[in-house]
Design a protein around this ligand. Structure first.
Ligand code: G3P
Length: 220
């Protein structure tokens, strides 16, 4: 069983009503698939979506703060209370300082939540693994949103990230992402030693999202 995490980003198709629709599609496909399918949604949609689906729902980001005088911030405790499974951290579209990444990983762990730290290459994957998150997700930024799959275009990044991560921390699981669209891309990622994929546009922006996800996990 592989891991498929769908990041809804701030796409129009991944927000509000369309986010709920996609969340239910993912829930339905997950119930018929052997793969572990989870979603990462925006913080406004999170609470409502959690109530409607059985799959794990992640936040796309949390701030590195405790409760206190932090205007406009959302911390890990808040997403936990809404029923999130965990959060993406340091996505390439939401980069953080090293100290903040460490703070959030530790905080999520202490709350029993799951952390997925995004990285951009092999050295940052090794560095992130040292912080002991549940997952690292390596995504070369130049391939994000292109439809050119990292698992085919830059297989060595995936393979070497898995090696580097495991050398630093045997427990960390490695995902890869950027350009993943179809079953072949997904299988290629698994063949390279990744536990699964973190993906967005290939599903969120697909014309027929249900069929796209079914194809990705091999149901079609
Ligand atoms: O978080 C997933 C992401 O950055 C990859 O995006 O659109 O290339 O699947 P995409």
């Amino acid at each position: 069983m592989g891991v498929v995490v769908i990041n809804f980003k701030a796409y129009r198709e991944g927000s509000g009503k369309l986010a709920m629709e996609l969340a239910k599609i993912a829930d339905d496909v997950a119930s018929r698939s052997d793969e572990y399918i989870a979603i990462a949604v925006n913080s406004l949609d999170l609470a409502e979506i959690v109530k409607e689906v059985s799959i794990d729902v992640f936040a796309q980001h949390v701030d590195a703060v405790d409760f206190g005088s932090h205007t406009g911030r959302i911390n890990a405790e808040m997403i936990k209370e809404k029923g999130a499974k965990g959060s993406l951290i340091n996505h390439s579209e939401r980069r953080l300082k090293l100290a903040d990444i460490e703070f959030i990983v530790s905080k999520l762990r202490s709350l029993g939540l799951t952390s997925i730290v995004c990285t951009n290459n092999v050295p940052t994957t090794a560095a992130a693994s040292a912080l002991n998150p549940n997952y690292v997700a390596v995504e070369p930024p130049e391939l994000i949103g292109t439809g050119i799959p990292v698992s085919k275009a830059e297989p060595e990044i995936v393979e070497n990230s898995v090696k580097a991560a495991k050398e630093v921390n045997r427990n960390v699981k490695v995902l890869c992402g950027a350009g993943i669209t179809c079953h072949e891309d997904y299988v290629a990622a698994l063949d390279l030693g990744a536990e699964g994929v973190l993906l967005a546009s290939g599903i969120v922006k697909a014309k027929d999202r249900k069929t796209a996800l079914e194809e990705l996990v091999g149901l079609k």
